[in-house]
Design a protein around this ligand. Structure first.
Ligand code: SF4
Length: 209
């Protein structure tokens, strides 16, 4: 079974949009930055309050970082993230005229923004082909035998070589809910998996406990 077909089966099963796709580049960028080592659900709980208190980039750039911390203190690494959000707002205003840039090179130059966050913004907000390798994409790509790399950047390269460009943006959007629902870490629920017949993972869990 081709990777293209397996992705199509999963995309049909999980047709929604990405959870941090908030409809515009600025919100998508900040929410994705906040989601490192935290669930998207937790981020979506605090994000509306943060933007209610600081509706513009200027508000975020000018405020005392402790006030940002207060809005997001229920998520992991909130102190570092508060600093990153303030620095991000300042840089967007100073160097990009208050607009989120739409190239990988510019996005990864922003404070707190790595390739994964940049790829999320490129694919969700700018509809550009990009593969955001988060913990779910990393794990599932390896279980399916699509990648062997030991870090997200290597896995991203392997996936880019294997999967047609027009499906790149589907990968994160599809694999994240699939990873949360079925192909979980550490134990996948393979008995519920729509692609188990074609999965080579040697530790498949075929029967429910
Ligand atoms: S068969 Fe199991 S390990 Fe393979 S993709 Fe499905 S859930 Fe994941």
């Amino acid at each position: 079974m081709s990777t293209k077909r397996i992705l199509s089966i999963l995309a049909k099963r999980y047709p929604g949009t990405g959870m941090t796709d908030l409809g515009n580049p600025e919100d998508t960028l900040i929410a994705t930055l906040l989601s490192a080592q935290t669930t998207d659900v937790q981020v979506l709980r605090v994000y509306p309050g943060l933007r209610k208190k600081f509706p513009t980039l200027s508000d975020l750039a000018k405020t005392d970082v402790r006030k940002i911390e207060q809005c997001i203190n229920s998520i992991g690494l909130y102190r570092n993230k508060a600093k990153a959000v303030k620095a991000l707002a300042q840089t967007l205003l100073k160097e990009f005229g208050g607009k989120v840039p739409n190239t990988m090179q510019e996005l990864v130059s922003l404070p707190g923004v790595g390739r994964k966050t940049a790829s999320v913004v490129l694919s969700f907000s700018f509809k550009q082909p990009a593969i955001a390798v988060d913990t779910h994409v990393f794990r599932i790509a390896k279980r399916l035998g699509w990648a062997k790399g030991k870090n997200p950047q290597r896995v991203e390269k392997e996936l880019m070589a294997l999967i047609p460009k027009k499906q790149w943006s589907e990968i994160n959007r599809t694999m994240v809910p699939f990873g949360r629902d079925v192909c979980k870490a550490p134990k996948p629920q393979c008995w519920r998996c729509p692609v188990r017949t074609w999965c080579p993972y040697p530790k498949k869990v075929i029967l429910p406990p």
